[in-house]
Design a protein around this ligand. Structure first.
Ligand code: ADP
Length: 330
């Protein structure tokens, strides 16, 4: 049996990047008849690695869970839960801290970027920002996950989880499954519409470059029509010289099921391309917005899903983490 695990940080409102890069794959893996064990987690502990507001984290955690249900996750077909409800994650984190090295964590691209940002803001760098990929490895390894559907930006962290699983198994005996990242064919890295050289990130400052899952159709359209492109003439798919256009073509391909290079051939100007992208994104997000309106009206039902999910997740993780404690000599 294949086990799938993935997570999302409640550090802001979910974006089109989260949806196309990750969440859509999560929903696809839970379809009727899918044999997999699928676990999806709102990784609230990861939200504490940078300056945070307690009430906001609590609210965003529930909001993220509600949006995941609205995006199509069926709690009957998968396990949806909050990371902090399952203490096995932090129990295993420590053992993996004793397996990872300081040097390999300092080499993580996201650490370097986020540490520089925190320092520039005069906030100091939390130790947990450095060790967060180890907690993420614990999230994955605690369920002996085989596959981790993520966007491109998380590939390096899943590699670390692989390395730690292999190292632990070699040193202490077979304990963990070695996981692998699974990335979508297109839109594995959706870029900011205003700065197509940086990714669309939910914890970035709110700008017109970020499309949120709950944006009204006219807001989506306005953001897409204002996307930064280039003045090289015509339309072509070239990530290096035309990152803005390539991003729009990726988004269009992800929403309509086409191929970005072939789609480019159908346009000779950005006006028409942007209109089609806006329409495709609005249509892709429409069912999510509609379901969200219903689910948000019943927060107790979402809370119930999360409690049941945590119970099931705990029952799966506990024997694995117990085994790891035993193997390491405790
Ligand atoms: P964020 O960086 O927006 O805070 P998370 O770290 O919570 O997102 O990631 C949740 C999932 O969404 C991960 O699998 C991540 O790879 C994916 N993801 C995040 N941003 C993007 C993006 N711009 N394009 C594609 N996938 C993304």
């Amino acid at each position: 049996m294949t086990t799938i695990f993935s997570g999302i940080k409640p550090t802001g409102h979910l974006t089109l990047g989260n949806y196309l890069g990750a969440v859509r794959q999560w929903v696809a893996a839970t379809g009727a008849g899918a044999p997999e064990e699928t676990l999806y987690c709102v990784v609230d502990l990861h939200a504490l690695t940078v300056e945070h507001d307690p009430a906001r984290v609590r609210r965003l955690s529930r909001q993220a869970a509600t949006l995941l249900l609205a995006a199509g996750l069926d709690p009957e077909m998968c396990t949806l839960f909050l990371q902090s409800h399952v203490s096995e994650h932090t129990r295993l984190h420590y053992l993996l801290e004793c397996t990872a090295s300081d040097g390999e964590l300092r080499r993580m691209i996201q650490y370097k970027e986020k540490a520089a940002k925190a320092e520039a803001a005069g906030q100091g760098v939390r130790l947990s920002l450095l060790t967060y990929p180890v907690l993420m490895a614990a999230d994955i390894l605690a369920y002996r996950a085989d596959e981790v559907p993520v966007g491109e930006d998380q590939r390096q962290h899943v590699e670390l989880a692989r390395d730690l699983a292999v190292r632990f198994n070699q040193r202490y005996g077979p304990t963990f499954t070695v996981p692998r990242a699974t990335l979508p064919a297109v839109a594995a890295r959706v870029m900011d519409l205003q700065d197509p050289t940086s990714k669309m990130g939910k914890s970035h400052d709110v700008t017109t470059g970020i499309v949120y899952l709950l944006d009204e159709p006219d807001v989506v359209t306005r953001k897409v029509m204002r996307a930064v492109t280039d003045n090289l003439g015509g339309v072509a798919y070239d990530r290096a010289t035309r990152p803005g256009a390539a991003n729009l073509l990726d988004v269009l391909a992800a929403c309509t099921g086409g191929d970005p290079v072939e789609l480019a051939a159908g346009y000779d100007g950005y006006g028409a391309l942007k209109r089609d992208v806006a329409e495709a994104v609005v249509e892709t997000l429409r069912p999510v917005r509609e379901r969200h309106a219903e689910l948000a009206a019943d927060p107790a039902a979402v809370e119930k899903v999360l409690r049941a999910g945590a119970e099931r997740a705990r029952s799966l993780a506990r024997p694995v983490v117990d085994r790891a404690y035993e193997a390491i000599g405790l």
